[in-house]
Every structure is written in C-alpha cells, then in structure tokens.
Design a protein around this ligand. Structure first.
Ligand SMILES: O=C(O)C(=O)Cc1ccccc1
Length: 307
C-alpha cells in the first residue's frame, strides 16, 4: 500500500493542521500535505493526488467558512467522513525585536475574533487579511507585516516572538473542521452521527418550509442551516443543512428521498460521527424498528393479507 496522503488548509501551523492531526492517524504511512487555499485542498482530493482533505467549515463566533461551503457544493462530489471541533485561542506573533506592530495580518476569521483586543491593545495597527493564520506568520517572517494572529502552534514553526497569547474576544470560541474524501464506503452509523447536505429549494411560496417539514415529520433534528447564493440568478440560494442522524438510518434515508423529489438539486455531503458524541434524540415513532414494522404492514396490505 502506498503512502496515505491528507491535504490540509495550510501552510504548516494552521488551526486546520491541528484538526488534521486529531482526525488522521499520523503514523509512518501517513503524509500531511499543506495547501494554500481551501479549494486547492479539496481539488487535490478530486484529482486523486491525496486521499483526504481537512478544511475548516464553521466557527462559533464568525459563522461559516464560505470557501468550504462553495467548494463542497461545486465540482465533483466529495463527502465528509469525520469532524473535529477545536477551541480557538490566538497567539499574536511578531518579528523578534518588534515592540510596536503597525501592521497585523491574519485570516479574516481570526481578525474578526480578536477585533476588540486589537482595538484596545493596538488601536493604530492596520489590519491585513491573509489567506490563513499561518500564511500571515510566513508574511511576518518575510518582513511583509509586523505581526500575525495565529494558532499557538505557529510559534513552533516560525522564528517569531510571542507578543501575546490566549487572545480571544469571546472565551470558548470553537471551530469545526471536516475530513473529506471522494465518495466511497460510508462510515458506519454510531448512533451519534451528523449528516450534511446541500439543497436548492424551488423559487416558490413555502418551498423552504416544505423542505424543513420533511425533516420535522420524520423526527430529525436540524443542527445547522446556512444559505449561500447559487451564483446563478440573484435571489437563488443553496441551503446547507446539518441534521442529527446517519443516512443509513431509515428516517434520514426517507427524508433524503423526499428532498430528492422536491428539490431540483440535492447533494449528500456525508454522514459521520459527531465530535461531541451526542446521540440523536429519535422520537418513539421514528426508529428503524418503527419504519421496518410500518413497511412490513404496508407490504402485507398490498399483498391483500390484511383487510
Ligand atoms: O487559518 C487557519 O489557521 C485556519 O485553519 C482557519 C481558521 C482561522 C481562524 C480560526 C479558525 C480556523
């Protein structure tokens, strides 16, 4: 067997690298491949250059990572196999000797999460968006900017000084990451799973409500809903839904079939164990046993065995 390669949103020292190390068994046969952007990491899987990619998908303070949602909705289908949720606390790194940084670079999600701290501690600093927190550290090392807002591990990768640590406007901020692959065998259901999908609801009264009703009627809990423009007509949206449960479970499979009938465009984005291991709260009428019993009953009725 060849080397098992996982691309991640890099360069070295990003939060995503930390998440990758949680999700991938980094033994001798595993290679982690940093990519500069989320689309590049996803496309490396599509091209077969790597087997997996790890990308950030949402943050508890800043919300969705648009590049990831768009990257999963467009192009060859990919599916998530696992998720990781990391607490996010930032370090501020400078070139050695720099005591008053005038320019501070980072990923927009990181800058947004330390805005108040920056306004108090470095009110005059110019803020610059970088492609990732670690890309900002590289730019500081190379003399482009004075300081970078980074993951704590970035200090181990780059020759920079620690200006501040444990920086976060909102204590307890968390980011969720997905490990994705080309479609193949699905992870086995664990009873504590999440399923992700993207659906374009028709442009007419009640179409989103109908879509949500299909979930409600089958006792499925919606854990996230997000919309992104389809990039077609203005006003046309794709909804990204996360739901509690695994597509192998009857209520989830049944809901998917209903969405397939209702929506022009539905994409399955994976069923995978929840990072928090929280079991799905399945109503009494919606278990697999309930679905099996109802299907048997229906078959009997159709055979004419029941009056
Ligand atoms: O740039 C990084 O390090 C990332 O992995 C993306 C990110 C940015 C800010 C918070 C969490 C993840």
């Amino acid at each position: 067997m060849g080397v098992f390669r996982t691309a991640y949103f890099g360069p070295q020292g990003t939060f995503t690298e930390q998440a990758t190390r949680i999700l991938v068994d980094t033994d001798d046969a595993a290679e982690l491949v940093p990519m500069d952007t989320v689309p590049q990491a996803l496309d490396a899987v599509r091209a077969g250059a790597v087997q997996r990619a790890c990308v950030p998908v949402e943050n508890s303070v800043e919300g969705a990572v648009p590049a990831t949602l768009d990257g999963l909705a467009d192009g060859q289908p990919l599916v998530a196999l696992a998720e990781a949720v990391l607490p996010v606390r930032f370090s501020v790194l400078t070139r050695p000797g720099c005591t008053k940084p005038r320019t501070v670079a980072s990923h927009p999600h990181a800058l947004a999460q330390v805005r108040e701290w920056l306004a108090t501690e470095l009110p005059e600093a110019e803020l610059i968006a970088a492609s990732s927190t670690a890309a900002a550290a590289v730019a500081v090392r190379d003399g482009q900017y004075d300081a970078a807002v980074t993951a704590p591990v970035a200090a181990e990768h780059y020759p920079l000084s620690l200006f501040a640590e444990n920086v976060a406007d909102v204590a307890d901020a968390r980011t969720r990451f997905l490990l994705v692959s080309q479609p193949g065998e699905l992870p086995a259901p664990t009873g504590a799973d999440r399923t992700s999908l993207a659906a374009v609801a028709a442009d007419r009264v009640g179409s989103l409500a109908e879509l949500l009703n299909e979930l409600m009627l089958r006792g499925i809990n919606l854990t996230r809903i997000e919309s992104r423009p389809t990039k077609g007509r203005l006003g046309e949206y794709r909804f990204f839904l996360d739901i509690a449960g695994h597509i192998a479970e009857q209520r989830v499979g049944d809901a998917f079939a209903a969405l397939r009938r209702r929506c022009a465009d539905v994409r399955f984005l994976g069923s995978y164990p929840r990072a928090d291991r929280l079991p799905a709260d399945v109503p009494e009428t919606a278990s697999d046993a309930d679905f099996d019993a109802a299907a048997e009953w229906l078959a009997a009725v159709r055979r004419g065995e029941l009056a």
